[in-house]
Write a protein that binds this ligand. Structure first.
Ligand SMILES: CC(C)(COP(=O)(O)OP(=O)(O)OC[C@H]1O[C@@H](n2cnc3c(N)ncnc32)[C@H](O)[C@@H]1OP(=O)(O)O)[C@@H](O)C(=O)NCCC(=O)NCCS
Length: 249
């Protein structure tokens, strides 16, 4: 674990939870073992969510979808004081969901088949990503296709046994940044650089060749169990980040 990784704590009383303007909450929860009874979560989903769930033929994937979206609703209801099943979502041009509610918090969901995170701020754009750490035989090809020239050269310069961790660090940081912007595939992944050196702090280093723009962001990483890593990107410098386990105690 890097020293600046987000640390996750239990919270006892959600009623006392305060999200300051310069703070992000990053909630983590499992998808392979539901933190709340599945029928209770399923009952919070709207018609659109139910249809998406029904289209998933694999029962494990369907269950994970219900957990991810049901828990997201539970967590967002803590901040909005609106019942989970009453929350209404819209989506940006490239699909980034937002709450259709005046003064609602910003949020972003990320998941694998087994783990999820939901990152929340009061007003500032936020993005999150999580990936399963795994050996990848085509790691350098993927990096050549998706990383900037600087990132690729940096990755290749690392010893062989450091590349897998560095690759995932780079991937999740880039993905968190584009998810904060909400532009999806419209954003050129090679137009910005992130740090990837093992042990170095997570950072956005430059955007379109300028480091001033990059200094406007907060970027942090986290681990979730032994085999999951992730990152959170926030469009404001110096944001404090609190990691929280769901469900609360
Ligand atoms: C949505 C996207 C931005 C990320 O998807 P992903 O990594 O597969 O999935 P994640 O688990 O991180 O995030 C999925 C969640 O993000 C949210 N989301 C959807 N569209 C989004 C967007 N444009 N921006 C931000 N968040 C979005 C949704 O809540 C979604 O959950 P759902 O599908 O269960 O409703 C993806 O569509 C994409 O365009 N990725 C870029 C692809 C790429 O080449 N990445 C290389 C990185 S180096």
């Amino acid at each position: 674990m890097a020293t600046d990784d987000i640390r996750f704590n239990d919270i006892e009383n959600c009623d006392e939870l305060v999200l300051a303007a310069d703070e992000a909450h990053v909630w983590r929860f499992p998808l392979d073992k539901s933190p709340i009874a599945i029928p209770a979560l399923a009952a919070t989903l709207d018609l659109q969510d139910q249809e998406r769930a029904a289209r998933l033929k694999d029962p494990a994937a369907r269950r994970a979808f219900v957990i991810a979206h049901g828990v997201m609703r539970y967590i967002l209801s803590i901040y909005t004081k609106v019942a989970p099943r009453t929350l209404r979502f819209g989506a940006g041009e490239f699909g980034k969901p937002f709450l259709m509610l005046d003064g609602a918090p910003q949020f972003n969901l990320a998941h694998t088949h087994a783990r999820a995170v939901l990152a929340v701020t009061q007003k500032v754009a936020i993005g999150a990503d999580i990936e399963t750490l795994r050996d990848m035989p085509d790691l350098l090809r993927l990096a050549r296709d998706h990383f900037s020239r600087t990132e690729y050269v940096h990755l290749v310069s690392l010893p062989q046994d450091a590349r897998m961790q560095a690759f995932h660090a780079c991937w999740t940081r880039k993905e968190a940044y584009i998810k904060a912007l909400g532009g999806g595939v419209s954003i050129d992944l090679k137009s910005f650089d992130v740090s990837l050196e093992p042990g170095a702090p997570a950072a956005l280093l430059s955007v379109d060749g300028h480091d001033a723009a990059a200094r406007e962001w907060t970027l942090r990483t986290f681990r979730f169990g032994a085999d999951h890593v992730g990152a959170v990107a926030i469009a404001q410098p110096g944001m404090r980040i609190q990691g929280l386990n769901f469900p609360p105690l």
